[in-house]
Design a protein around this ligand. Structure first.
Ligand SMILES: NC(=O)c1ccc[n+]([C@@H]2O[C@H](COP(=O)([O-])OP(=O)(O)OC[C@H]3O[C@@H](n4cnc5c(N)ncnc54)[C@H](O)[C@@H]3O)[C@@H](O)[C@H]2O)c1
Length: 331
């Protein structure tokens, strides 16, 4: 991790959930960190995510769709952690063009900026397990067929492959991590735009029942954000990672009903109820999913460390203490 000391690092989506946690860690490792974020209200960016270390890094409120701003910001950086994205699967279906513009077109123009102004940069791209679609087998490894079930999955796949292509054709060091459901302090909990877990946290703390769709038997794996940040840093520091994609995941697999029970039992009260799947969600649901993360374990030595109960407790305690920053009218 000494690799990052005194290095110049750009994080797109840096005021968002994972980006802000990554920024905190990189700042502590001695990196000169610049964050880029558009702070579009319906997305995950929130200034409170960085309130505890404001002044220790640069913040640029701009849009990754602006090629001139991005070329300027990229030119002197050693590392780019490319995390900015439209993350809502439902929004990608109701407004596919915006998803395309951010998750694919802007990614291409960021890579063009790297090629033209700073081909020595190292890039880590935050991809998603959503690109696999409905699994043929479990756990899902990197060789599983790619069959996105929504517009977001297609555009994230394009974004991922632009990175690999620029690595393979132009030698711009880039790799991608296919993140599974990630949770922790700083995630968007106002609504279900980022993850269903977010809205569950809010409802539990408001004393309202959380809604589990269908029979609640859908299997999932989850990573606490600190583990995800460690994986991003390992991928950033390793030349072995260049040109590759790695799944993140967890061997603690749980169905959604048991997850709801677990969250209700964490000390902040609440209840859960099973409700029929809303048809628009059922249409893009992937059924059971959990990852085989053996490749990153073998090649980069990553494995998740934070147990689900411990991570969820930290998350609930964080929002209990800071809820006014995440779902009042200004958040
Ligand atoms: N959290 C998860 O479970 C998960 C799972 C799979 C993949 N990912 C990927 O990880 C990345 C980070 O996700 P996150 O969970 O931190 O979400 P997030 O919404 O908190 O972070 C994304 C950030 O990007 C910013 N952003 C969006 N469009 C932008 C634009 N046009 N210009 C500048 N900034 C823009 C948002 O304001 C937000 O702060 C995303 O690319 C997402 O697709 C996350």
């Amino acid at each position: 991790m000494n690799t990052f000391q005194n290095s110049n690092v750009l994080i797109t989506g840096g005021l968002g959930f994972i980006g802000s946690n990554l920024a905190r860690k990189l700042t502590n490792l001695g990196a000169n960190v610049t964050l880029v974020d558009s702070l579009i209200p319906s997305y995950g960016g929130n200034l409170f995510n960085v309130a505890d270390f404001l002044g220790k890094f640069n913040v640029n409120v701009c849009d990754v769709r602006d090629p001139f701003a991005m070329a300027y910001l990229i030119q002197d950086k050693d590392y780019l952690f490319n995390l900015a994205g439209q993350t809502s699967h439902m929004d990608s279906m109701s407004d596919p063009q915006t998803d395309l513009d951010i998750n694919a077109t802007a990614q291409l123009s960021i890579l063009e900026a790297c090629r033209k102004t700073n081909p020595k940069i190292k890039i880590v791209f935050a991809s998603t397990r959503q690109i696999y679609g409905k699994p043929d087998y479990l756990p899902v490894n990197e060789n599983h067929p790619i069959r996105p079930v929504d517009v977001n999955g297609i555009n994230k796949l394009a974004g991922e492959w632009y990175h690999l292509l620029y690595n393979n054709v132009y030698g711009i060091k880039a790799c991608a991590l296919r993140l599974t459901n990630t949770y922790g302090p700083g995630m968007r909990v106002k609504d279900a735009r980022q993850t269903f877990l977010g809205i569950w946290v809010r409802l539990l703390l408001e004393g309202k029942p959380i809604k589990v769709f269908g029979d609640g038997l859908q299997l999932r794996d989850f990573n606490f954000v600190d583990d995800c940040v460690d994986a991003l840093l390992l991928a950033g520091a390793s030349n072995e990672a260049n040109g590759k994609v790695f799944n993140l995941g967890s061997s603690e697999v749980i169905d959604l009903k048991d997850l709801a029970k677990l969250m209700v039992g964490l000390g902040h009260g609440g209840t859960y109820e099973l409700v029929p799947f809303p048809p628009e969600r059922k249409a893009i649901d992937i059924g059971d999913y959990y990852s085989d993360f053996g490749l990153i374990q073998k090649e980069l030595g990553w494995a998740p460390k934070v147990k689900l109960t411990e991570g969820l407790k930290k998350t609930m305690d964080f929002y209990f203490a800071h809820k006014e920053h995440y779902w009042n009218d200004l958040a």
